[in-house]
Design a protein around this ligand. Structure first.
Ligand code: CTP
Length: 411
């Protein structure tokens, strides 16, 4: 699988550098064309000439080595390579890559490289165990890099521990697997969003609510808020002034968005309806608790000798329906999370709550919906409108919903 591959080998400064010479030789035997980029400190361990001889190509070490060429021309290697490996990968290069720092040739090329990349950490056992290094590795794995765990064994400092670089045959095998799989640590390149909501005021409800039973217990649901967040970010990108009324979720404020944090359905209703007055578009993406305990206990409820507990619940205000009653010229969007019912149930809710659109999703579909990053929905609207979107990332679904909102505003 590596035959014909254009392999970029990054070598950073660690004692395991010498193994990379063998790695390059094996990669060439496997039929790959190999070009090596070394960091400055790697050249202290092994001479670039060694890698040049073994790879059959010049070795790059310095971004500005040839004054005649610009830095842009220098990163042609990132375009040239079809797959990359960094072995050994020091704590330094892992930290840089995890944080998008490009301050030398190798880190610059790696950031500009858009293909599959294998990272092979190797370092002192205490460094390897350091939470900062572990966090870098976890972040890089999360971005789509293939991070090969270091091995346990004898280390340069004379003791055994985790941090040893795996042997070259194992690295070659892993690279071949990665080449076959074609996993790519590629960013979703931000798409330029249309500015079709410029100056439009948008209110979005998001997340769950919490309805207290007593000071330490409450009724809630597993809504993560991700859909509301995706909508807020997408609306902001399209030029809207966004107020996000959010129940308790673990997401940071999206940049450029006014966030009002609330707990209960009543608080959410108060904040959302206050913002509704001056808004042009309202989107109710929150999973609002329909009921709340009638009288939350002021003290923690003790189980005592009771073998049961009656909890009387009363209705919460329906925010979407309240907005529908005084909709005016606004565009109003609701959601319908259903566990069994089809889009016709969403249409029923749309009509009864007075919304323009209701976004239907089936919460039973595994890997989608509640808490997930992806969803599959059907946008339901007047006149029999049914637009199926996804499965797709919630961000993309958000933009497709806003396409509909922008279209409704033009009518
Ligand atoms: N909603 C709301 N306030 C509530 C309940 C729901 O604003 N108290 C909104 C949700 O944000 C969503 C829509 O209404 O946009 C649909 O909510 P859902 O709970 O699915 O529907 P219900 O009308 O509550 O119907 P049911 O629970 O009977 O399925």
């Amino acid at each position: 699988m590596l035959a014909g591959a254009r392999l970029l080998v990054g070598v950073t400064g660690g004692i395991a550098c010498y193994k990379s010479v063998d790695l390059c030789s094996r990669l060439r035997k496997a039929g790959a064309e190999v070009r090596v980029v070394m960091t400055e400190s790697a050249t202290r361990f092994v001479s670039p000439l060694t890698f040049q001889s073994i790879s059959g190509n010049p070795v790059a070490t310095d971004l500005f080595a040839t004054p005649a060429q610009s830095a842009v021309e220098h990163i042609w290697l990132a375009e040239w390579a079809s797959i990359a490996v960094v072995a050994p990968a020091t704590a330094d290069i892992l930290g840089k890559l995890a944080h998008g720092i490009a301050d030398d040739y190798l880190s610059t090329i790696l950031l500009a490289f858009a293909g599959p990349a294998l990272l092979v950490p190797a370092m002192n056992r205490m460094m390897y165990a350091h939470p900062a290094v572990q966090a870098s590795m976890a972040a890089l794995a999360g971005m789509g890099y293939d991070v090969m765990p270091a091995e346990y064994g004898h280390l340069a400092e004379g003791v055994s521990g985790w941090g040893r670089m795996p042997e070259p045959p194992a690295i070659v095998e892993r690279l071949a697997g990665l080449a076959a799989e074609g996993r790519v640590p590629r960013p979703e390149l931000p798409q330029p969003a249309p500015r079709d909501l410029d100056g439009v005021s948008v209110v979005i409800t998001a997340g769950p609510t919490q309805e207290p039973i007593d000071p330490v217990r409450f009724i809630t649901n597993p809504s993560s808020g991700k859909t509301g967040w995706a909508l807020a970010e997408a609306a902001r990108a399209r030029g809207a002034a966004v107020t996000l009324v959010a129940g308790p979720v673990a997401l940071p404020d999206p940049p450029g968005v006014r966030v009002v944090r609330v707990r209960t359905a009543q608080e959410m209703a108060d904040a959302a309806l206050a913002a509704y007055d001056g808004c042009d578009v309202a989107i109710c993406a929150a999973a609002v608790s329909d009921f709340r305990p009638e009288a939350p206990a002021p003290e923690k409820i003790k189980k005592g000798e009771q073998d049961g507990l009656d909890l009387r619940l009363v209705r919460n205000p329906d925010i979407l329906a309240a907005m529908g009653r005084r909709k005016g010229r606004r565009v109003l969007v609701g959601f319908a999370a259903e566990a069994g019912a089809g889009p016709e149930e969403a249409e029923r809710k749309r009509a009864s709550k007075g919304a323009d659109l209701v976004v239907y999703n089936d919460v039973r579909r595994p890997g989608l919906g509640f808490g997930a990053d992806d969803n599959a929905v059907v946008v339901v609207g007047a006149g029999g409108l049914r637009e199926a979107i996804g499965p797709a990332p919630k961000r993309e679904i958000a933009h497709r919903i806003l396409d509909r909102v922008a279209a409704l505003r033009r009518i």
